[in-house]
Ligand binder design. Structure first.
Ligand SMILES: O=C(O)C(=O)C[C@]1(C(=O)O)C=C[C@@H](O)C=C1
Length: 365
């Protein structure tokens, strides 16, 4: 055997022994999680038991990122633990996660990033269908897009909160890379039509105008549907992400064609219960104010006075009447905190209506 072969054999032997220990430790962790489930169930007989604990998961993942010794990056290590926790949770209770489908969309990628791969993911055709699935109890949680860094808010999601009793339980951000995709079967044919979702066309507008000017752009209901069509129709291409490309066996004609290199979409996790504080949280509310001078100042002033940082404010037309508005506000802090309680009490005094959409851990992954 050469020196190289001897050294490789030694190192592989070492890796085998480490893997054995890792396996034993992961199994011990999984047994612990089963015991946690037993404690939760026996402490709440006949009641709805919440096996998924977003605040605890956020604390675990934050600690892993902070204490990670390297050489793997904190993100990489957290991703591995994300999957371990996902498998442990599935042992406690398999989670049904509804998402804006079909299979292969960025929303599915966001759901898997947030919950890990050991969930049962349920694709639904529209944002309101995801809300309904969770409201009815058919799914434990739902995942819907809420804003994109290039294109702004997804108003349909915001508007759903006006009437839905659901709570926001978490958030997850996903870097969105779009590719120009074709079927390997038809790749020699001239492209006369490009399919994509309207948001993706908007996020790649400049690239398309420069590189594929004049080619027909056909808007479809999702990127995954665009990929499906490009796979079936000669002379067509799709703009979609990696998951859709893989699902329909498409090839990349051009990689990462989004106009802004930091193109990111934020998704919300919706559920039926409130989430306790994790130590690094955000709160979302909907507020409608009387239509009078200084109303917006009056709404925002308590946040400034109590030192609460606003991360977003959006205005939406109120369903109650013409020229009336509802403000959708995100800020740092948890509803269990003193400062947040004081601010919300003051806002409530002045508002026509205040709806607490939820406090939830700031995205870790
Ligand atoms: O700590 C809990 O409550 C658990 O159920 C354990 C555990 C874990 O594997 O660490 C699993 C699922 C929860 O979402 C959070 C954490």
């Amino acid at each position: 055997m050469s020196d190289e072969q001897v050294r490789l054999a030694e190192l592989r032997d070492e890796i085998d022994q480490i893997d054995q220990k890792l396996m034993e430790l992961i199994s011990a962790r999984a047994t612990c999680a089963q015991e946690v489930a037993h404690v939760k169930t026996t402490a709440n007989p006949g009641q709805d038991v919440f096996f998924y604990r977003p605040e605890r998961e956020a604390q675990v993942l934050r600690r892993i990122k902070e204490q990670n010794p390297g050489p793997l990056s904190g993100e990489e290590m957290a991703r591995l633990f994300r999957e371990i926790m996902s498998a442990c949770l599935a042992l406690e209770k398999p989670m049904h996660i509804a998402f804006l489908g079909p299979v292969g969309t960025f929303t599915q990628a966001a759901a898997l990033k947030h919950f890990g791969h050991s969930v049962i993911s349920v694709p639904l055709p529209a944002i309101d269908a995801v809300f309904r699935e969770v409201e009815s109890g058919a799914a434990h949680y739902g995942v819907v897009p809420v804003e994109n860094s290039t294109e702004g808010m997804i108003n349909h999601t915001l508007d759903m909160f006006m009437s839905s009793p659901l709570k926001i339980c978490g958030e997850v951000q996903l870097r969105i890379h779009h590719h120009l995709l074709v079927s390997p079967k038809h790749k020699d044919q001239e492209i006369t039509r490009i399919y994509s979702h309207q948001q993706s066309f908007a996020q790649c507008r400049q690239w398309l105008d420069t590189h594929r000017y004049g080619i027909e752009r056909v808007t479809v209901s999702s990127n995954a549907e665009a990929a499906r069509r490009a796979g079936a129709e000669p002379g067509s291409a799709a703009i979609a992400g990696d998951m859709a490309a893989e699902l329909y066996g498409l090839e990349k004609l051009a990689n990462s064609i989004e106009d802004r290199p930091d193109n990111t979409t934020r998704f919300l996790i919706i559920g039926r219960e409130e989430v306790p504080a994790s130590g690094h949280d955000k709160t979302s509310i909907l507020v409608s104010m009387r239509n009078k001078p200084g109303a917006l100042y009056q709404l925002l002033e308590p946040f400034h006075r109590h030192g609460l940082s606003l991360t977003r404010i959006e205005t939406r037309p109120s369903p109650s009447g013409t020229w009336a508005y509802v403000f959708y506000i995100d800020f740092e802090g948890h509803m269990e905190g003193d400062q947040v309680c004081k601010v919300l009490a003051e806002v409530e005094d002045e508002a026509v209506e205040l709806k607490r959409l939820g406090s939830y851990p700031i995205g870790v992954l």
